[in-house]
Design a protein. Sequence first.
Length: 219
Amino acid sequence: MQINPSILSADFANLEAELISISSADMVHVDVMDNHFVPNLTLGPAIVERLSEVSPIPLDVHLMIENPDRWAIEYAEVGAASVTFHYEAANDPISLARQLRAAGVKAAVAIKPGTSVSLIADLIQEVDMLLVMTVEPGFGGQPLLLDTLEKIAQARSLIQTSGAMVALQVDGGVTESNIAQLASLGADSFVAGSAIYNHPDRASQILKLRRLALAATGQ
């Protein structure tokens, strides 16, 4: 069970210290937004490169941008360990996933709440992770959309049927009150923002979330 705190909820004036405070997590989730694919603007390759230089844990970069076919490889080249692109934004998702893997990073595909899991069936063998958004992408702190829970189960079923070794990540509204349910539905990677960064002891909160997820699956 991976816990990946979202830097979107961090103090952007003290990012190095904020990264150190979550060093017990598996990866740091870095949201890249372009104010076109989503109505928000965050950071670009130069900042991601600097984050990769000072972060004690690998970068899980989530591209919420138009034309990821053009930009995704650049994020692989500046230090990301995993690059997630949106199915809805990619022109050729299979080719893009293959390019990312060839660049030496993990390739991941994300789907928004309104996108059917069935649409990425042909892509599942080409990626290392599937991200099911449990809120509309763009802003942190949103509550989880309950009608996305069924999609998590559907995604796990697709992965199992394919036989592929693919992680299933959820992003949006993940808290200590719902992470067990998300794990029981098949998720094994969890992006949490305010649920970690709003806690005074981030290391203990990361451990708590991981334990709750593990317990839900009998581990």
